[in-house]
Ligand binder design. Structure first.
Ligand SMILES: C[S@@+](CC[C@H](N)C(=O)[O-])C[C@H]1O[C@@H](n2cnc3c(N)ncnc32)[C@H](O)[C@@H]1O
Length: 209
């Protein structure tokens, strides 16, 4: 399997510790991707593990009551870090079959003692039309794609919540199109001491008659 590790690039402490392959920058033109949204996709580049932990820990949630979803998960580094927390499930959504295969391999290798969630998977799917889990969900997005795809994803999420309302948190790192989330009528931006735009959706409390 190709690793797309850049020549001369040193391995991160994370990959050295866990013998995984999450490093490198992979431009999407190098990959076989069949999607009408290919041109809007942003290259693969992994998030910093400390940032991923800070993003999870800053949210007022019990991981046991949430599914963690990385939209545009690439080689799956955030999935591995999220599995250190007792989420119900950890899911990555990635439209490149090649990156998805590397992520699946990483998930198999990452059997560290820190792992608290065993239901970890990387799904080959397009974020523009992927069906969301029915449970409370923490979404993680590291600037994965352009405005059209983000808009579609938000419309799909709002439709999904209309059929089955539930709690949602969304951490949007490098939030270039935050205005779309800011102007949505189902997400509220909340303050968080991390470099990301963070949002929440809580179902309204039904008044007791
Ligand atoms: C900047 S990388 C983020 C990787 C990972 N989330 C992390 O933080 O380590 C963006 C990823 O989004 C993926 N992507 C872009 N458009 C997508 C789409 N429409 N559906 C699914 N994945 C997409 C790219 O292939 C790439 O792997």
């Amino acid at each position: 399997m190709r690793a797309w590790r850049a020549c001369g690039q040193t391995r991160s402490a994370f990959d050295q510790e866990f013998n995984t392959d999450t490093d490198g920058i992979v431009p999407l033109w190098k990959l076989q991707i069949e999607s009408p949204y290919r041109e809007q996709g942003v290259r693969y580049q992994a998030s910093n593990p400390d940032f991923i932990r800070a993003a999870i820990e800053t949210l007022p949630i019990q991981p046991e009551e949430f599914v963690y979803v990385d939209i545009g998960s690439g080689k799956g580094r955030t999935l591995l870090v999220a599995s250190e927390y007792p989420f119900r499930r950890v899911i990555g959504v990635e439209f490149s079959p090649e990156l998805n295969a590397v992520a699946a391999d990483n998930i198999r290798k990452y059997r560290g003692s820190k792992r608290k969630c065993d239901d970890v998977s990387s799904v080959r799917a397009d974020a523009a039309n992927w069906e969301f889990p029915a449970e409370n969900t923490m979404f993680f997005l590291y600037n994965p794609f352009g405005e059209d795809v983000l808009r579609r994803m938000l419309v799909n999420l709002e439709t999904s919540l209309a059929g089955n309302d539930r709690e949602i948190y969304m951490v949007y790192s490098h939030p270039i199109f935050a205005h779309l989330l800011d102007s949505s009528n189902f997400l509220d931006r909340i303050d968080a001491p991390i470099e990301a735009a963070v949002y929440r959706h809580v179902p309204p409390i039904t008044a007791i008659q």
